[in-house]
Write a protein that binds this ligand. Structure first.
Ligand code: F6R
Length: 262
């Protein structure tokens, strides 16, 4: 795992957008794993601008989102399908038929989860998985005690997550209590993971996720087991990390990051 500390949340989002752009240019058929949430909005704005201004081409890409609320159809403005259409898919040239999210309205949710796993496999697995982190330590909606080998399934949401997200619903009680989420094991199968966290409210959980012991109580700690995971944070989210000097040195000096320094 490596940690990149950027001065502002804008700079952090910009770095992640540049990593995505590099991946898509190098591999036009890339299979992208996508996340929703407030943190990602800035990334998608930048990626959409790269499409418009620099011709970043998504026409051959496939996308798989991490999660979807149970019970919400894609036409519901609170669904993650709706979020993705609004923030990214309608702004770039991805073929909407190549964009996958779990169907939270499927009559047989277990079958839907299996179908989702099968589809990821069918396209050869995820090349680059984008992740945010919740205050409960979740990646996707892998709430505390998610097995580190878990696969796509239905997960009940914790009170922390309900509190974190219910403000986004016009009526808080409308927020579903369950979601379909890729499992921790599904996420760990991605060839590369990028976790973005910004803001002071993420500082404590980021320190636990990056520097704490691996535990299913904080599913993001499982990323310590991943072969190629980059955590991008702004200064506010980095305040509780112990190893900042070392992380900064690595970013400034390792050849891989030279092109991202300016
Ligand atoms: C969303 C997802 C979640 C969010 C996390 C952070 O698809 O998988 O893990 O990334 O809850 O959300 P924000 O960015 O709103 O703080």
């Amino acid at each position: 795992m490596e940690v990149i500390i950027q001065p502002t949340k804008e700079a952090a989002a910009n770095l992640v957008a540049r990593i995505i752009s590099k991946e898509v240019r190098a591999n036009p058929n890339a299979v992208l794993g996508l996340a929703t949430g407030r943190t990602m909005e800035a990334v998608y704005d930048l990626v959409a601008a790269m499409h418009k201004q620099e011709g970043l081409d998504f026409s051959l890409c496939k996308t798989f989102n991490l999660d979807e609320y149970v019970g919400l159809p894609g036409t519901d403005p609170h669904s993650y399908r709706y979020y993705m259409n609004e923030h990214l898919f309608q702004k770039v040239n991805v073929d909407v038929r190549n964009t996958y999210l779990p169907d939270g309205t499927a009559p047989d949710l277990d079958a839907e989860c299996q179908r989702y796993e099968d589809n990821i496999k069918r396209f050869g697995g995820i090349d680059l998985q984008l992740l945010g982190i919740g205050r409960s330590g979740h990646i996707g909606f892998n709430e505390p005690l998610s097995a580190l080998l878990s696969r796509t399934r239905v997960k009940p949401l914790t009170p922390t997550t309900i509190e974190q997200n219910q403000g986004l619903f016009d009526k808080p009680e409308k927020m579903p209590r369950r979601a379909i989420t890729m499992g921790v094991g599904t996420i760990l199968d991605a060839r590369r993971c990028i976790l973005l966290a910004t803001g002071a409210e993420k500082a404590e959980i980021i320190a636990k996720a990056v520097e704490g012991p691996v535990t299913s109580m904080i599913s993001a700690t499982a990323l310590q087991l991943h072969r190629r995971c980059t955590v991008v944070v702004d200064e506010s989210a980095a305040t509780k990390l112990q190893g900042c000097d070392y992380y900064r040195w690595v970013f400034q000096n390792e050849p891989e990051w030279q092109e991202f320094l300016s």
